[in-house]
Design a protein around this ligand. Structure first.
Ligand code: AHG
Ligand code: MN
Ligand code: MN
Length: 334
């Protein structure tokens, strides 16, 4: 029996939160529409003139692709009207986005990375969208940026969409992780990967090795041991991957295990890491932990961090439990 994403979520909510208003499901179905529209544009690519640089920079000083901006607008347009949101925040916007007066407001906040891995878009390699749903603090109707600074453990939902050979949405609401594949013929995400779990052990790691000289000692030690393989202290060969799309890396880890690292480095001392806590690290950590994996900065659990700013960056080490715990132990020893 095939089951669509919205049916699945409604049934999950009925079981977990019998008094639910349907607000959450309403928001999620607007996000689904956003991601289907993004999938369409990503898929058409050069045919609709969306590739290439926009000639602008975002608040973090990164060059924006045309599609960074287009997908950000699609996400807002598809979710702003529904009455479920109190405000939004995105990697591509300096400040939070307030719901314009003509629309009703709701109790949720959504934070998102509309196009993750966008350096891959012009070369036709997988990209994604990442989102995290939070509750606006009780009694707050007009949220400020401070109201978004909640630790990852408070997330109501974490999800991503991978625009790969197939388009897939993977989400958690805190009751495990489920994956849905977009059936373009009927326009629905269908449950294809129920109850995804990350194998506890792995022989595969992912890191941008060109940064090696900037890493801290525990990461250098770990990667060095993996690279030495059979002839090193681990006595076994490892395999390496680097897509440069966090969504693709996390998806691979959910399917066959692995470790993904974008650790603290000294490349730019003003930045604690490359990945953004709110838009990338938290939702992915929620998914990884719900699938039985571990997600840490090396020093602390990512979802326990109390954010200090909307665009805060953190080191990220996530994936198969035993391997991530080993990396954490190397940090403790150092
Ligand atoms: P974004 O495209 O949203 O800015 O994110 C890119 C991120 C992440 O997806 C990926 O893991 C990493 O940056 C790639 O970094 P390198 O360019 O250092 O490989
Ligand atoms: Mn990103
Ligand atoms: Mn992005």
């Amino acid at each position: 029996m095939s089951k669509g994403l919205i049916q699945f979520i409604i049934e999950e909510q009925r079981a977990a939160a019998p008094g639910a208003t349907g607000d959450f499901t309403g928001l999620l179905s607007d996000i689904v529409v956003a991601c289907k529209r993004i999938a369409h544009d990503v898929n058409k690519g050069a045919l609709i003139g969306v590739l290439g640089s926009a000639g602008s920079e975002n608040v973090q000083g990164e060059t924006q692709k045309k599609l960074d901006i287009i997908t950000n607008e699609i996400f807002i347009e598809s979710t702003v009207w529904g009455g479920h949101l109190a405000a939004m925040a995105s990697e591509e916007m300096d400040d939070i986005y307030k719901i314009p007066a003509q629309y009703p407001k709701g109790k949720y906040l959504v934070v998102f990375d509309p196009l993750d891995g966008s350096s891959n878009i012009d070369v036709n390699i997988s990209v994604g969208t990442i989102f995290s749903i939070l509750r606006a603090p009780e009694g707050v109707e007009d949220p400020t940026a401070d109201d978004f600074l909640q630790p990852g453990v408070t997330q109501v939902c974490g999800g991503y969409v991978l625009y790969g050979p197939a388009t897939m949405m993977v989400i958690t609401t805190g009751h495990g992780v489920n994956g849905f594949t977009l059936d373009g013929d009927i326009g629905e995400f269908m449950l294809s990967h129920p109850n995804m779990t990350i194998p506890e052990d792995t022989l595969e790691f992912a890191i941008n090795a060109s940064n090696e000289r900037f890493w801290e000692a525990p990461i250098q030690r770990y990667v060095d041991e993996c690279v030495k393989g059979k002839t090193g202290p681990r006595g076994i060969n490892f395999n390496m991957r680097w897509v440069a799309s966090m969504v693709a890396e996390v998806h691979r880890i959910l399917v066959r295990g692995g470790v993904f690292m974008y650790p603290k480095d000294t490349k730019d001392p003003t930045k604690a890491g490359k990945l953004r806590l709110l838009y990338e690290a938290n939702p992915m950590s929620f998914i990884v932990e719900q699938a039985g994996g571990v997600s840490s900065t090396g020093y602390e659990r990512i979802m326990d961090i109390k954010p200090s700013g909307l665009h805060q960056r953190v080191p990220v080490i996530l994936g198969s439990k035993n391997e991530v715990n080993r990396i954490i132990s190397y940090h403790k020893e150092a």
